[in-house]
Design a protein. Structure first.
Length: 390
């Protein structure tokens, strides 16, 4: 037991007495977000969350600057892939009995549309997407889907709906209770809320990349009891729930979907099974943190190109001896990242790798894109060695 007083209150019950499960440090890859997180378990309700000295404003600035969700290359963001179509279809099964064509649906944090075109195909036409990104809203309007620029803080003029949907949203929010209470403006007495988040109790299920589920952005780690507690504090209780495993490129993520309707009970029921599972996940991650591979890279002294400048590589640079290797450059195809330097090194596009000789090593560091990266290296005639650090 490692008791601490947190900076950030528990996102469910608001308390600050917690147990520290692990501490993570990151190299600076992106603006605004913290370079250090403590993953903690609330000692009052058992919720697991990232403790940080960063403020809600830091996160707001990051998301308003962030072009990530404006990027059409994000899987499923623009044209819905078969995987996404199946995933959304499965979520909608939870509400299919009452989802008739005259019903109205609002999705908060809709990005490029996700579930909304699927609803449209099912004959539900009274649908509205709300997203802070003007590009996302424009994209939806072009598809004939009503959409408005907005956020949890700016919802005032939108009429209430029959179904309120939030997919992949609450795990990002500094104060999800406040956000949900704001979202209640969109609810009538009989409104059903559908929420989908990563299923944190399953983080260890498909583990390949250590600490993968602790990235910069996911700062709340829900299991069903904690999502239920959060919703009960807003006056909603669980009606149905479902778990789903979703493969996105090389990664399998388990998600949790719950539907909620009005209740008068507002109690918190503590549950500590999540923190026990997260402790196991942390232990497994520590055992497999590429110690041997990185030691071999350091010993070889070969020119090293590190490909995939995401949270995983940012963590490896701070928590392993990787930064002491003979790093020649970082590789990333995000034009914004190419304007930056990381640990004093350039960030180059992957198209430069074919020029490397056989004295070079590329370390693939993106859990999501490792197959695509390998294929690109093979196609390009890259002559050096390929190592996987993910
Ligand atoms: Zn708590």
């Amino acid at each position: 037991m490692n008791p601490i007083r947190t900076f950030r209150p528990c996102p469910v019950c608001g308390e600050r007495d917690a147990e520290n499960l692990c501490s993570l440090d990151y190299e600076r890859f992106i603006e605004h977000l913290p370079l250090h997180y403590d993953i903690v378990s609330c000692r009052v309700c058992g919720m697991v969350f990232n403790d940080t000295t960063a403020s809600p404003d830091d996160f707001n600035r990051y998301y308003s600057d962030c072009s990530k969700y404006d990027n059409n290359n994000i899987v499923g963001a623009s044209n819905i892939s078969p995987v996404e179509r199946r995933r959304y279809g499965r979520m909608l099964e939870l509400i299919q009995d009452s989802l008739t064509p005259e019903k109205s649906v609002i999705e908060i944090g809709c990005g490029y549309g996700g579930i909304l075109p699927v609803l449209q195909e099912k004959g539900i036409h009274n649908i509205t997407g709300i997203d802070p990104s003007e590009n996302s809203v424009r994209h939806l309007l072009n598809q004939g889907i009503h959409a408005e620029v907005g956020s949890f803080e700016k919802l005032s003029d939108i009429p209430p709906c029959d179904f309120l949907i939030m997919i992949g949203v609450l795990e990002h929010i500094y104060d999800p209770l406040r956000a949900l209470k704001n979202a209640m403006k969109l609810c009538r007495e009989e409104t059903v809320i559908l929420i989908n988040v990563p299923s944190s109790i399953d983080y260890g299920e498909y583990i390949r990349t250590p600490f993968y589920h602790f990235d910069f952005e996911h700062i709340n780690h829900f299991s069903l009891p904690h999502m239920d507690n959060l919703l009960r504090l807003c006056g909603y209780s669980n009606r149905k729930y479902d778990y789903d495993a979703v493969r996105v490129r090389d990664v399998v993520n388990t998600t949790l979907t719950g539907t909620y309707g009005k209740t008068k009970v507002q109690e918190i029921i503590p549950d500590f099974s999540l923190s026990a599972q997260i402790k196991k996940y942390v232990d497994e991650s520590r055992k497999n943190d590429f110690g041997k591979s990185i030691a071999a890279l350091a010993a070889s002294g070969k020119k090293l190109f590190l490909w995939g400048c995401g949270a995983h590589l940012a963590r490896l640079l701070k928590s392993t001896p990787l930064s002491q290797c003979n790093i020649e450059a970082f590789i990333d195809n995000d034009p914004y990242k190419q304007t930056k330097k990381i640990t004093g090194h350039r960030v180059l596009p992957s198209s430069t790798l074919h020029e490397c000789g056989d004295d070079s090593t590329v370390a693939i560091c993106s859990p999501l894109y490792r197959t695509l990266m390998t294929e690109e290296l093979t196609r390009s005639g890259f002559k050096g060695e390929i190592v996987y650090l993910c």
